[in-house]
Design a protein around this ligand. Structure first.
Ligand SMILES: [Zn+2]
Length: 401
């Protein structure tokens, strides 16, 4: 009961930047004022809330003391593998990027036994460089593929990885930090759904597309990623656009990824596949025929695939991420009007296409949000014995969002 109340009160205190008082926290959580008072004392002692100057009293009773979320004392490590980059970030509980290290390269058909130790070494380096009175409580690892319930990577077609026991490779290389492993689009979507761990953003229901060499996806409903039976839901990149289209690295044909994946799109535009997306936008701006055609085909493919998703799920907001965000100025309006034609309910609720952040590794940030999900790092540090070291801990669902 105490843990559940602590999760509720902490989430309410962190749910918005404006501070709430003890009385307001009791009101929004329906937890008794006496219990909220005790929990807030624990959170203040643990450095997770700071008492601001008392507001003048409005009538009888004690003056109201605003409780400011700090979040700078605790942080988590986010790690991301994608085909062109390895990223390690430390992000604190307030959502601030504390430190980052990146290795650019080409990890197509790479060896996980070589690549993962490189990334973990990067992770240890950013944790060391962000120490400075700060405690890193856990880590998340984002991978561009299907991740099994036990943290096994089942397949990542663009890396050429199949059935990799990630935990066996990570074991002992993260200094005992508990690790959550998941799909990169799942983690990247969290950065659109939250301003910081536990602090919801303005949109809570959307389809997220993560554009890179491959195209990942995630469906977010009520601020939570819709996982499906095995955690594999949201693979919009492998929704077929044409039955007999180009061969996809996944083994199927005509997948969305074969039209709008970064390399596929650049090749269709007649540009070198390692060009930046800005080169395609510039070629389109010059009116180059192949570039214009590639963008128009990409927008059509996105509208076909996403139209099906929106009709099935009734989630009419789409967020374009990765290189699709870089090309958002060219794509968003075209995709939105394509969706308006294809979504059955668009006359009443027109679909909206939003351009996501220009962050090149959003999944690394989302991966650093996740160690807070079950509130256990907070719970442990607010326990009567005070802070203690974690042992390996698996993620469980809980009240922290
Ligand atoms: Zn595919």
């Amino acid at each position: 009961m105490r843990a559940a109340n602590l999760a509720l009160v902490t989430a309410a205190a962190y749910a918005r930047p404006e501070p709430r008082s003890r009385a307001e926290l009791a009101d929004v959580t329906s937890v008794s004022r006496a219990t909220v008072g005790r929990l807030v004392d624990d959170l203040v002692r643990a450095g997770l809330l700071v008492e601001g100057p008392a507001a003048p009293s409005q009538g009888p009773g004690r003056p109201s003391i605003p409780l400011l979320p700090t979040g700078h004392r605790y942080a988590a490590l986010g790690l991301q593998v994608n085909v062109r980059r390895l990223t390690a970030r430390v992000v604190d509980l307030a959502g601030t990027l504390v430190s980052e290290s990146v290795i650019d390269g080409d990890f197509t058909d790479s060896d996980p036994d070589t690549v993962l130790p490189q990334l973990l070494s990067l992770g240890r380096e950013v944790v060391r460089s962000s120490a400075d009175g700060r405690e890193v409580v856990g880590a998340g690892l984002a991978l561009p593929g299907l991740v099994g319930a036990d943290g096994q990577l089942l397949r990542a077609p663009n890396l050429g990885w199949q059935e990799v026991d990630i935990r066996a490779i990570v074991d002992g290389r993260l200094g005992g930090l508990p690790l959550v492993i998941d799909n990169e689009a799942t983690f990247a979507a969290l950065t659109a759904a939250r301003h910081a761990p536990g602090r919801p953003a303005a949109i809570g229901d959307f389809v997220y597309l993560s554009g890179e060499v491959g195209v990942g996806g995630a469906i977010v409903v009520d601020g939570q990623v819709l996982r499906g039976r095995h955690g594999w839901a949201g693979e919009v990149g492998h929704v077929p656009v044409t039955a007999d289209g180009p061969r996809c690295p996944c083994g199927s044909t005509g997948c969305l990824e074969t039209y709008v994946g970064r390399s596929a799109l650049l090749a269709r535009a007649g540009l070198p596949v390692d060009s930046p997306p800005a080169a395609l936008a510039a070629a389109m701006g010059r009116g180059e025929h192949r570039a214009v055609t590639a963008i128009e085909e990409a927008a059509r493919a996105l509208a076909v695939a996403l139209g099906g998703v929106v009709n099935v799920l009734d989630v009419p907001t789409v967020v374009l991420g990765g290189h699709l965000a870089d090309l958002g100025a060219a794509l968003a309006d075209r995709v939105q009007s394509g969706l308006a034609e294809r979504v059955l309910a668009s006359r009443w609720v027109p679909p909206v296409v939003l351009v996501g952040s220009s962050d090149i590794s959003p999944a690394a940030t989302g991966a650093a949000y996740v160690p807070w999900k079950d509130c256990s790092p907070i719970r442990d540090r607010c326990s009567p014995g005070g802070a203690r070291r974690h042992t390996d801990r698996r993620e469980v669902s809980g009240g922290w969002r």
